[in-house]
Ligand binder design. Structure first.
Ligand code: AHR
Length: 307
């Protein structure tokens, strides 16, 4: 991945321009692209020197990027961890080098909470619950079994674990809801399509698809249409994110409900970064505000949607 000019901050110098090393997960989804743009634009606006790298959904690339930022003595490191586990060693290295770390978008499972200053991002369990609540409401007057297939995010990622959990908890209230297949689609359109094709082959009766993001849902729509079925009607579809293409599919009736996950974390991230570099106190958790969309609401929101 590219990075931007100038030398790292570290100590010294009178000017208070700070340097941030940011390790992004990848470019797997529309959400991620919007998130990257938000971070890059906000850095510019805030006068933060940004060193940016794209890990292509590989933890080893993220660890390399973090080590390189430590070596360059950046003032602050921020990253969106591709999976929750396996970060303790490199986070300890950053701490020993006295470089504050901010978790952005996704959490880590480190027991030692002093390894990072704060965690900015969505409540993914809550998102999964909202998806489940819509489903429960939709089928409240029916006693028939509801066969659900689930496209999960990449294995071991916080949003994949938490959305599955939240959704599962809510639908567990009624045994008529059955998850008949659940597989990772890695948050990509291509994998969403591939896995949905397999689901359709092995399951003659699918009532509902719950996809952990819009992109997998959009890939699945192609698979459903390819199998001669009508997305949104023969198979009801719930996704998470509310990026432009997802909202368009919702407005078109191919997706039935979207739970929003906001990628616009840049401004808050730069704000937090300046504070932690100054040694100011910041909340240990900053939760993103988000809503949900029906097809009608999507039609209304689309013209002003920024991403
Ligand atoms: O971590 C956020 C998730 O990652 C988004 O919901 C998904 O689209 C992205 O790839």
């Amino acid at each position: 991945g590219g990075d931007s000019g100038a030398t790292g901050g570290g100590g010294g110098g009178g000017d208070d321009k700070i340097t941030m090393g940011f390790s992004q997960v990848g470019a797997e989804s529309g959400w991620r692209t919007a998130n990257t743009k938000s971070i890059q634009e906000s850095a510019k606006e805030a006068g933060v020197e940004l060193k940016f790298s794209d890990a292509q959904q590989k933890q080893e690339n993220q660890i390399k990027a973090l080590r390189s930022y430590i070596q360059q003595k950046v003032d602050v490191i921020a990253f969106s961890p591709v999976v929750v586990s396996g970060w303790d060693t490199v986070l300890k290295e950053a701490k020993d080098a006295k470089i504050p770390v901010i978790l952005t978008d996704r959490a880590v499972d480190s027991a030692d909470k002093t390894l990072y200053k704060t965690f900015l991002g969505s409540d993914f369990v809550e998102e999964g619950k909202k998806a489940g609540q819509w489903l429960v409401e939709q089928y409240k007057d029916s006693k028939d079994t509801v066969n659900i297939v689930e496209l999960q995010g990449n294995t071991g990622a916080a949003p994949a674990i938490d959305r599955k959990k939240g959704f599962g908890e809510v639908i567990a209230a009624d045994p008529k809801f059955k998850i008949i297949a659940s597989q990772p689609g890695d948050f990509t359109r291509a994998k969403g399509k591939e896995v949905m094709e397999a689901f359709l082959k092995s399951n003659p009766k699918i009532d509902v698809l719950f996809a952990h993001n819009d992109d997998m849902g959009l890939g699945a729509i192609e698979a459903i249409e390819g199998a001669g079925k009508t997305p949104g009607k023969d198979i009801k579809i719930i996704t998470i994110d509310a990026v432009h293409d997802g909202m368009q599919a919702l407005a078109d009736g191919k997706i039935n409900y979207i739970v929003e996950c906001s990628p616009l974390l840049g401004t808050q991230l730069m704000d937090l970064a300046k504070k932690v570099v100054k040694g100011e106190q910041v909340p240990e958790r900053v939760v993103t505000e988000e809503t949900t969309f029906t097809p009608e609401q999507a039609k209304q929101a689309l013209p002003d949607r920024k991403y």
